[in-house]
Design a protein around this ligand. Structure first.
Ligand SMILES: Nc1ncnc2c1ncn2[C@@H]1O[C@H](COP(=O)(O)OP(=O)(O)OP(=O)(O)O)[C@@H](O)[C@H]1O
Ligand SMILES: [Mg+2]
Length: 361
């Protein structure tokens, strides 16, 4: 049974529809991550779950109860924001306890809950400090502490780590994964960060312009994206797309032809029962991390353009004969000169295929 359920949720600001009929079910204890381009409605959706934004239409259910018109304070959800406004004049303890004091909880119980949250977040030694005496990561922990002490049914996170530097982000990402394991509580998490989405989520919801494009486990979305949008959004660097044509359709797969293919064709596995005809234009998807330079059995003949040395890996941008750019992530530091001809093969993974409407075939 679902613990959080969104039913045909619609949100309009004036005449602009920003959420256009989103239905979604989250199981108890599940970690669900919302991703999508800026402005697609992630925060709005989260705020509607929290009760901070009214719905134009549809319903929100939490733990079997319709809460669409229930006040935020009575929904038993806690939200952690990107900018965690702590009260500067209050100690860490008082910042964490603030909501409980306002709710007139007995001081003994407040002490117990703050101590428990501080232990979970490993900030016991910081309870007497003021926010200005804390690092960014410690402040973020205090903000999460404020959410924990309320013992919410659902945690909502809106890009909680995006103000932190790369190191701290990684550290806090692991902390949040541990927190989820420890508390076993339902979490809905918004992020722009591919790694956060892939590593934290039980399931990822990909949103575009207020609609759900696909919902699935991270590896499902990576291996079997429903369309070119999801394929391009999940995975970094972005999937390469090449325009091609269907040469043959067989039970074992679809043969497609492209002028950059050595041998002229490649066989792609079928990933749906969607009809496709010989001669039809298609889009081929190749993941940069699946391509290898200097393969004995090359798939593509490309011309190197820019190459970026990242230390342990090298990102090479090469031109296909049709003018498209193909990104390749190579291990180590292969010497690739500008203008060099590159035989490129498929090392792992598979060729993705999409029809003219961008749907996976
Ligand atoms: N109060 C408001 N009035 C009018 N339009 C709004 C309001 N709040 C949000 N919007 C619009 O709704 C759309 C969705 O906004 P939202 O903040 O949910 O996007 P988002 O996916 O969280 O984006 P980001 O990744 O940049 O945080 C945007 O086009 C935004 O401009
Ligand atoms: Mg947002």
């Amino acid at each position: 049974m679902s613990f959080l359920k969104l039913e045909r949720v619609i949100k309009r600001f004036g005449s602009v529809t920003v959420i256009n009929g989103v239905s979604l079910e989250v199981k108890k204890g599940e970690f669900v991550v919302f991703v999508g381009p800026s402005g697609c409605g992630k925060s709005t959706l989260l705020r509607m779950v929290a009760g901070l934004e009214e719905l134009t239409d549809g319903d929100v259910h939490i733990d079997g109860r319709i809460v669409t018109t229930v006040e935020p304070a009575d929904r038993e959800v806690s939200m952690v924001f990107q900018s965690y406004a702590l009260y500067p004049h209050m100690s860490v303890f008082d910042n964490i306890a603030f909501g409980l004091k306002m709710a007139k909880m007995p001081p003994d119980e407040i002490r117990k809950r703050v101590d428990e949250a501080a232990r979970i977040l490993q900030i016991e030694a910081l309870l007497d400090r003021k926010p200005r005496q804390l690092s960014g990561g410690q402040r973020q922990r205090v903000a999460i502490g404020r959410a924990i002490v309320r013992h919410p049914k659902i945690f909502l996170f809106d890009e909680p780590l995006s103000n932190l530097d790369a190191d701290l982000r990684t550290q806090m990402r692991v902390e949040i994964a541990k927190l989820h394991r420890q508390l076993g509580v339902t979490m809905v998490y918004v992020t722009h960060d591919q790694i956060e989405a892939m590593t934290l989520a039980d399931r990822i919801v990909v949103l575009r312009s207020g609609i759900v494009e696909q919902i699935g486990a991270p590896t499902d979305l990576y291996d079997r994206p429903a369309n070119t949008f999801v394929a391009g959004f999940i995975g970094s660097p972005k999937m390469n797309f090449l325009r091609a044509h269907v040469k043959a359709v067989d039970p074992q797969g679809i043969t497609v032809s492209h002028e950059a293919f050595s041998g002229g064709t490649v066989l792609a596995p079928r990933s749906s029962a969607r009809p496709i005809e010989v001669g039809a234009p298609v889009t081929i998807g190749l993941r940069p991390e699946n391509l290898v330079i200097g393969s004995a059995n090359p798939l593509l003949e490309l011309v190197a353009d820019v190459s970026e040395n990242l230390g342990g890996a090298t990102q090479v941008y090469a031109a296909a004969p049709d003018g498209g750019v193909v990104t390749i992530v190579a291990n180590g530091r292969p010497k690739v000169g500008r203008g060099e001809r590159l035989p490129v093969g498929l090392g792992s993974g598979h060729v993705y295929l999409f029809d003219e409407a961008g749907q996976s075939i």
